[in-house]
Design a protein. Sequence first.
Length: 194
Amino acid sequence: MKRTLLALAFAFLTASPAAAQTLPIGTPPAPGRPTSDLVLQAMLATARAAAANAANAQAASLSTSAAIQHYRMGDVAGARSAAIQALIQANAPPPAPIRVLQSTIPQASYLQTQPFPIPGGSVGAVDANAFVAQARGAVAACASRNSANTPAASAQLAAAQRDLKAAQYQKVTAEARAAVNLCAGAQAQINAQP
C-alpha cells in the first residue's frame, strides 16, 4: 500500500517538467527496514521540496539518488549518510531575500555640505600649533644638552608663540622651524643614545 502511494506521488510529481528534474533517479527500496525507511523518507522529502524550493530539491535529489545507489549496493552506512544529507537539504529553509534599507536621514547634495569642522579653527592654525609643539621639544632638547643655541632657540619659540596668538601662521611656521634647526644637533645626540 505504501509503495503504491509512493509510486502515485512520483507519477503526479513527474507530470511537470520542473519537478521531473529534481526527483531522484531509481526505484524506491522496499519498506520495513530502518535504512530503507530512511531512504523512502528522503525521497518523499525531496518530492515535497520540489514544490516549495527548486534549489533545495535539486541538491536533495542528488543525495537521495546516492542513497538509493548505496542501498542497492549493500552499503547501509553510506545509504544512511546520503539519506540524512538529503533530508537536511530538502528541509532547509529557502534563502530569505535581503531587504534594501532606506535611509531615514534626509540626503543633501554633495555641493551643499559643510566641510568637516577642524579642531583649532583652521588648517593653518592646526599646522601652526604642530610647529610650535615641535619647537618646544627642540628647545627642551637644547636645554637638556646645555647647548649654546638654547637662548636663540628659546627666543624663536617665544616669537612663534606670540605670532600664534596673533594668528600670523606663516610667521609661526618660519620661527618654529628656526628653533628646530638651532637645536637639531642636540636632538641628534638624544636620538643616538641607546
